[in-house]
Design a protein around this ligand. Sequence first.
Ligand SMILES: [Zn+2]
Length: 188
Amino acid sequence: MTIASEHTEAYQAGITYLNKVRSVLPDPQMVDVTRNLRDRVSICNWIGRQIETVNRSLQVHLMACHECFNPADRRSIQILAVPFATSVQLDGFCNINAEPTTILVDVGRVAPVDWLALVAHEYAHAHLGYPGHDRQYAQVLSHLCLGLGFAQPSLTPVDRSIYCWPPYSPTIDPLAWWRGEGNRLTTP
Ligand SMILES: [Zn+2]
């Protein structure tokens, strides 16, 4: 066990990564780790060491979503893991105005077994290019769910379950993952 420090290459790599994800968010304040005095050093060190492995896992999920569509219909999409600020009430976010369209996932808020569900939800937004949860959105998500083995969403417009479909349970302490506590990473 090494003591987390601000003077490591990993820490600098973590800071560089956080600046990169901030640049693809509509509001950089959606990520505020660097203002977290208690956890900043351990989180940045962990990101510097592990973020490539995490993003590789997310990339595998993104490819699984792409596989549900004909190559000609697939949009150019990138996916990045990000620790959202506590004030952000989202586990995932799709920036349709970024180039390429960018899916951001707070992998600390969702257990790894549920990452694909979250990626599929955001992928449907990325595929359509708009953030709403209308009937067309439900149809695209339903198609994805069928391909990925999730239960399909209700196509009833008033059914609000579409906002967090496919369903999953949130984690209790999102930042614990980002501090590197108790997570087991498997390289896909
Ligand atoms: Zn949504």
